[in-house]
Design a protein around this ligand. Structure first.
Ligand SMILES: Nc1ncnc2c1ncn2[C@@H]1O[C@H](COP(=O)(O)OP(=O)(O)OP(=O)(O)O)[C@@H](O)[C@H]1O
Ligand SMILES: [Mg+2]
Length: 291
């Protein structure tokens, strides 16, 4: 299948600082693709380059086979939410959507549909954006991105500020959207958020793609992911993991283990259970890396 979004060799330097280093990836129609990485990894910069807000140093991005700048009435094809707080603070939520609808040539009934979709009631929609809570801003931003009934959604940290019910709601919304054939690219700095929503994952760190694949493969640790493990007795844990055939290396005071947290957990449980006094297993957190 032809990818809906194709990013090829996209670097961005600010002076000597490499914000994004030659990033390439695709996002397919009918899939939610998570773009995961810690703060400062380059997610927003990449997304801004995708929609022509930041000029890349070279490389290319096509969406549905076209450069963003060549798409007439882009809001009808690509829904974008980059910074939910960037809306004009003095406008009401309804005004923000009405303006968007008029720019895109949509009937005003679409505004009401979108407000209902994101559960902003009349009273809330008539408040000025400066008085919106963060979660309300995100909802408004999602409504704005969906306004033109686009085939592609590019959402930067859309779950920020949403409560657990809001995150569940958004997951259902995006899944439904992808099931109808839409392509979603959504960024987050939280693995647990992305793994709940995304079918595919692209992991970025320090401006480079460090892992990619479908969710199951990535989470099963088959593409070279490692787990950061910490316990009350790392020496003992180290020995047990090594004895069970998992590669272990010191990572500061913790250990980096070639394997999934599940595999580490099994070793820990098996060994910890034999002697309660040597049950030091405290915490295993998961990171993905290319090595
Ligand atoms: N206009 C700019 N000038 C200089 N450096 C910048 C600029 N924009 C971004 N950067 C730097 O580029 C790097 C990537 O930033 P970016 O905003 O893309 O990260 P991010 O992955 O979106 O992070 P976060 O999770 O915090 O949103 C950061 O180190 C940032 O300081
Ligand atoms: Mg960002």
């Amino acid at each position: 299948m032809e990818p809906m979004i194709k990013v090829e060799n996209l670097p961005k330097k600010y002076g000597e600082f490499v914000a994004v280093d030659d990033v390439s990836f695709v996002a397919q129609p009918g899939r939610v693709t998570g773009f995961l990485g810690p703060n400062g990894a380059g997610k927003t910069t990449t997304m801004r380059m995708m929609v022509g807000l930041t000029a890349p140093d070279r490389g290319s991005v096509t969406i549905g086979g076209h450069d963003y700048h060549d798409i007439p009435n882009p809001g009808r094809h690509i829904g974008v939410l980059l910074d939910a707080s960037a809306q004009h603070a003095g406008r009401t939520g309804r005004e923000v959507l009405s303006l968007g609808a008029s720019v895109m040539g949509l009937p005003s009934s679409r505004v009401d549909e979108m407000l209902a979709l994101v559960s902003l009631d009349d009273r809330e929609a008539n408040r000025r954006v400066r008085n919106f809570s963060l979660g309300m801003r995100q909802r408004l931003g999602i409504a704005h991105a969906l306004l033109g009934d686009p085939e592609v959604l590019i959402l930067d940290e859309p779950a920020n500020g949403l409560d657990p019910a809001g995150i569940r709601w958004m997951r259902g919304l995006l899944k439904g959207y992808a099931d109808r054939g839409g392509a979603v690219l959504l960024s987050s700095h939280l693995l647990h958020e992305v793994e709940q929503i995304a079918d595919e994952m692209i992991v970025i760190g320090q401006g480079r793609i460090v892992a990619r694949g479908d969710r199951e493969t990535l989470l099963a640790g088959r593409v070279g992911s490692s787990s950061q493990v910490n316990s009350l007795d790392n020496e003992l844990l180290h020995a047990k993991l090594e004895a069970s055939g998992l590669g272990v290396e010191p990572a500061g005071p913790a250990r980096s283990v070639k394997g999934s947290t599940e595999a580490v957990g099994r070793v820990a449980a098996d060994n910890g259970s034999s002697s309660p006094s040597s049950a030091p297993w405290a915490r295993a957190s998961r990171t993905c890396s290319s090595n």
